[in-house]
Design a protein around this ligand. Structure first.
Ligand code: DGJ
Length: 747
């Protein structure tokens, strides 16, 4: 609900209140963003600057309350006394936008850029200065609000825009900024730094939202933790260069702004033209980072992902990439598909290598002719046979890119995005210039044709080279991409789109508006994924995480991890398998079948349950059922007791807690097997190897009844291996071991 009373605007939902007022100078003063309050409380939040601040500039010399530098603002400019960072720069001159009026509208106001949809109420504030108008949009959704601005040239001469943020706000308090950084196979590393007088910046300049700096970040009040304290969350519905900063003023106000990165940004607005910024998302919780994540997850699930896929369960897929790379043919794919079906997969995805001369990554991108040497029956024939096996068929594309060694580049070298210098390649490829209508048409026509011919129900949309376009062109590229995605997928809402950019190099809310899930990382090592998926979980729901079980040792880390842990980590996302199924041992096939059937039985909970990061793992909760995991990295000798805390259940209700059965590979004990085997076996011998391939030993299973209150307090888990031999009543965990607990209400 949005109200306007005595110059005070109040966006109020059950989760938050957001208040600001128009002061006597037509300046918007921020009052409160936090717990729901009454509008009548506004006076209690008003800042009174007092006697001025030495040499500060006053709008009115008689009024110390007119010192812009000292006020908490909703928007600002430069050259009028506010020396803090300005959210706008026009013609390199001072700006002075003042309030003109407002409108409150039902629902959202449609934008050209992707935006949060369905529900909400929108407040539009109009500000004006000579020759320009600025419209500030605020849409209130239940657990988050969005802000963006539109700048309109109302004058007679052009305006050079070099910076225009989506939102700017001054929040009182001491904060720490948590942001997420990394690179290929090392996405979403969490960094927390205090926000003080020096500006903290989170920015991408690669042309995409990037794995270097995800656009989403948190501002937690000092001392806030996972389950306690006040935390703000911010994100941007945009896939291009982004910018966010936080800086604390002498008065104790932290200015936070977000928008398109001003790096090299320059756009000319002719008279009458308008420039729209992407939507910023603002969220708040007083229940710590987990509370904030819950609010963000709900917002993304209900207002960002395409409507058809909201809370719609996602299939368990098999992807051939890590198993085959470019080396496959029709027969090999069908044999893999049969095995994938047998273990329980529902969707078979053919990754890179199906078109043109794409036998390696140096050629073929841009060409849409099926490679008949590999696929003599074409995609139609392949897809028909796969569907005949009872599975859906999905296909990989990389439509934004072109190899120099491709028919497309030979025919249209001018379609590649280049600058005035010799082309520089990334993964041997260039980007196509999506700012050109003919390029967009080429992609839309070709991808659409293939989707319809081969009855494709899933698309992996990859992008492995980032833009070198700068400024306005970088933005126009992203706008072109959105147009392409919209034209292909809006008429085909039932196609499940998974976007990817060398893994998570474009994991953002802009892409999620089209693709309900995103490939988090080419790194599927479960221990790395604890950080990658764990980092993403702060801002994105687990239904958005493409999470696959792959081979061990792992291709990116060389780490060997138990199959159980690979499954237990991938369960907390959209489960898939990506390894050569011909190389599985009989014991592994059995284990994978059990994993997939457990996941399917609990898929709704894993994909859409309320997610929580705990001291020792991840948890999902849905009504009176929960699944909790415990992950171990390096095991210590003589480990201590371990507890499982699961808050959020009904305190007085009894619950049955049962750990998922896990098995131990005999071979992993090497020479130690002599302690449990009746005969002395050679640890490197053929007998032990054969036994290892076919038989496993059961690990400790824990079953107990505990109340919701006891689970909230923390129940004791079975002891861990303590160097005294195998025992069925303990958890014999090696490094990288894990457990999963199913907690269901007792009838
Ligand atoms: C990069 C992706 O992240 C991988 O999953 C795979 O699709 C390759 N591209 C194919 O070239």
């Amino acid at each position: 609900m949005i109200t306007h009373e005595n110059c005070i605007f109040h966006l109020r939902t059950e989760s938050y209140s957001y208040l600001f007022r128009v002061n006597g100078y037509g300046i918007l003063e921020h009052l409160h963003f936090g717990n729901p309050i009454c509008t009548s409380d506004a006076a209690a939040f008003t800042c009174v600057p007092g006697l001025g601040w030495g040499g500060s500039v006053l709008l009115d010399e008689q009024d110390t309350g007119s010192c812009l530098d000292a006020l908490p603002l909703e928007w600002s400019g430069s050259g009028r006394g506010d020396y803090r960072e300005s959210p706008v720069e026009l013609d390199g001159k001072a700006t002075d936008f003042r309030y003109v009026g407002y409108e409150i509208l039902d629902g959202i106001v449609p934008m050209a850029l992707p935006q949060a949809k369905d529900g909400g109420e929108t407040l539009v504030i109009t500000l004006e200065q000579k020759g320009a108008r600025l419209y500030l949009y605020y849409t209130a959704f239940e657990t988050a609000l969005t802000r963006h601005v539109v700048l309109e040239n109302t004058g007679k001469t052009s305006i050079a825009v070099t910076k225009l943020m989506s939102q700017c706000v001054d929040l009182p308090g001491h904060f720490e900024m948590t942001s997420f950084h990394g690179g290929w196979i090392a996405e979403m590393g969490k960094t927390t730094v205090p926000v003080n007088a020096s500006r903290v910046v989170n920015e991408s300049t690669t042309g995409a939202s990037s794995n270097r700096h995800n656009p989403g970040f948190l501002l937690g009040e000092s001392g806030a933790g996972e389950d306690h304290g006040r935390v703000y969350g911010f994100n941007l519905v945009y896939s291009g260069n982004h910018y966010a900063s936080a800086q604390r003023s002498l008065q104790g106000l932290t200015r936070v702004m977000q928008g398109i990165s001003p790096d090299h940004f320059a756009m000319t607005l002719a008279p009458g033209e308008r420039l729209e910024t992407p939507e910023a998302v603002l969220c708040w919780s007083d229940k710590g980072c987990n509370g904030l994540s819950r609010n963000m997850h709900r917002f993304v699930n209900e207002h960002i992902v395409p409507k058809y896929w909201r809370y719609r369960h996602r299939p368990v897929l098999y992807n051939d990439w890590e198993g085959c790379m470019f080396d496959f043919n029709h027969r090999r794919l069908i044999s893999l598909a049969k095995k994938a079906k047998d273990i329980g997969c529902e969707l078979f995805v053919l990754d890179d290598g199906w078109f043109g001369q794409r036998d390696h990554d140096k050629a073929g991108l841009g060409d849409y002719t099926v490679n008949r040497k590999k696929l003599p029956k074409g995609l139609e024939g392949l897809s028909k046979e796969i569907r005949g096996l009872g599975m859906e068929f999905g296909l990989w594309f990389e439509p934004e890119s072109v190899n120099i060694d491709s028919d497309l580049y030979r025919a249209h070298p001018d379609w590649a995005l280049t600058d005035d210098f010799a082309p520089v390649l990334g993964r041997h490829q260039l980007l196509l210039d999506l700012t050109k209508a003919e390029v967009r048409d080429y992609i839309v026509e070709n991808v659409s044709r293939i989707l319809d011919q081969a009855q494709i129900t899933y698309v992996k949309w990859d992008m492995n080279r980032h833009s070198i376009a700068l400024g306005a062109k970088a933005h126009a590229f992203v706008v072109g991409l959105y147009e392409v995605l919209d034209r292909i997928f809006s008429p085909r809402p039932q196609i499940l789109l998974e976007s990817c950019s060398s893994g998570g190099n474009r994991f953002d809310l802009g892409m999620l508006c089209f693709s309900p899930q995103v490939w988090c990382s080419d790194n599927t090592d479960p221990i790395s994924r604890l950080d990658i998926q764990g980092g993403l979980s702060y801002l994105y729901p687990q239904s958005a995480f493409g999470a696959h079980v792959s081979a061990a040792p792992h291709a990116q880390t060389l780490r060997t991890t138990p199959l159980s842990t690979r499954g237990n980590v991938a369960f907390f996302g959209v489960l898939g398998y990506e390894l050569d199924l011909n190389h599985l041992l009989p014991v592994e096939v059995q284990e994978i079948k059990a994993q997939i059937s457990f996941y399917k039985a609990n898929r709704k909970l894993f994909q859409f349950g309320t997610f929580r990061r705990s001291e020792n793992g991840w948890q999902v909760l849905g009504g009176d059922v929960a699944i909790a995991s415990v992950f171990h990295k390096q095991m210590d000798a003589a480990p201590g007791y371990e507890q499982l805390r699961v808050p959020g259940l009904t305190a007085q209700r009894p619950y049955r807690v049962r750990s998922l059965e896990q098995t131990l590979r005999v071979g992993q004990f090497g020479a130690l097997v002599k302690h449990v085997a009746p005969v002395n076996l050679d640890p490197n011998g053929v007998v032990l190897r054969t036994v290892d391939h076919h038989y496993t030993m059961p690990d400790g299973v824990q079953t107990c009844i505990a109340s919701g209150a006891a689970l909230e307090s923390g129940i004791m888990l079975l002891p861990l291996f303590r160097g005294t031999g195998y025992d069925k009543n303990q958890r014999t965990q090696l490094d990288f071991g894990s457990n999963l607990y199913l907690i269901e209400a007792e009838e």
